[in-house]
Ligand binder design. Sequence first.
Ligand code: ADP
Length: 540
Amino acid sequence: MIRGGMQDWPLRVHTILDHAANVHGRQEIVTRSVEGPIHRITYAEVSRRARQVTAALRRLGVQQGDRIATLAWNTWRHVEIWYGIAGAGAIYHTLNPRLTDEQIAYIMNDADDRMLFTDLTFVPQLERLRDSCIGKRQIIVLTDRAHMPQTGLDLLCYEDLIAGEDPETPWMEVAESAPVGLCYTSGTTGAPKGVLYTHRSNVLHSLTVQAAGVLGFNALTSVLPIVPMFHANAWSIAFSAPMAGAKLVMPGARMDGAGLCDLLDQEGVTFSAGVPTVWIEIINEMRRRGWKPDRLERVVIGGSACPEWMISTLEHEFGVEVMHAWGMTEMSPVGSAGIIKPEVAQLDEAGRLQLKLKQGMAIYGVEMRIADDEGRSLPQDGKASGRLMVRGPAVVGEYFKGAGGQVLDEQGWFDTGDLATIDELGYMQITDRTKDVIKSGGEWISSVELENIASGHPEVVEAAAIAIPDEKWAERPMVLAVLREGSQLQPEELRDYLRPRVARWWLPEQIRFVDALPHTATGKLDKKVLRQLYGGVMAQ
Ligand code: ADP
């Protein structure tokens, strides 16, 4: 057999930071620090400090494959430790602080984390977790000596820890197939399960995601990831921004609309990314101020379905282009994005808006198909809805420690748990999650579609559709909606709005207006809670 003639250059995560330091060394990471002030640092400096982290971890006895937990906001220090941990051959394990204490304890124990890096904000939470999971684990607080908190916990100060270390410490030479990151699914579908990313999967995924057709980063882009690093790899941004030499703007602990708007404006942010709920806050804030952050051009919205009003408000009221994307922790996480094809570019405003509501096309490195319950492929005609199956180099092959057993079918397809259509052009649209679909009289009602349509009403800010029991039809839809401030809308008026827009049997049996809807730790509608609250309501 003839051999290829090219170099064997392992795709390691820390090569991304090396590249940023060598080629874009003066580019900045700007953070609203947890301590308060705005902090600025360059990729060149971050690279040197990440190598100090690698050295410190070695000194503390960290071995290849050890899990190192992080319970932290988006900051330059969090970026440094990801790369420093990777460079030590260990595995960064992001913990989501919005989970309950019990869930965090379960996840830390399951992951068998060796130590934990954390922000000042979370020290009280760790005090509560001392007995259930901290035990003998070393905690390192991401701050300097002056800000170290008073507590009964045995803490190390991050700046002291790395201060004396060599900023030219070499990275460990691990194989590209070695594990480097661990993130647990948020448990909306059963006990949380760990997804163990490899150096190779992270590098390939970031290469694809930063490309022109998807996030489209370059050295002039200023990126503010609102999506936290503890939520599905921050959609790759801590890798894809330095890869492209883009400026990173990190919000730290200030995740409110006003704080984010200030930072977007002051740092000339051109691109941002987050789940729909944070955009509700930002839109409210922009309306209050009567302006949008000056240079903001494009945002990616995903994690849950982006409602129509949000796309049209951002695009028409504020002139910010919206790209709708879909993915999951198990896919590193980006799977599809609203890439504009020539056929779509020719459409009028209304037609383009309808396409933007779809979750977009598979990005390179993701094979996608829809299948029936027996695994047979369904037609891609925009009508047939089936199980969304995916395959690719950054898609999970098995969960951490084999949890849940075999997760791929014989051809290597992973069942996402989502139901979707794919149209002739390749645009995929999520119709539901398998467990959220409303089964009325043997027919399926898409809860996501009902939510989309209900939130199209100008007075509705957010809507949730769930199944409630019904003697005749087994299940019937109920819609819960949050209204705009001061709205006088009546449930009957919302039903009248829905009537011409949905099939007759899709009309919600019950409509209730609520002050707020519950969300999961990753910002999705928490239908588990809604079903607990309203599942006992009889349709009639
Ligand atoms: P978990 O699966 O633990 O809830 P993830 O953050 O991995 O958490 O969420 C993945 C799920 O989120 C997808 O399977 C899908 O149901 C939903 N999702 C993500 N993006 C979108 C989107 N743009 N539209 C609709 N649903 C989405």
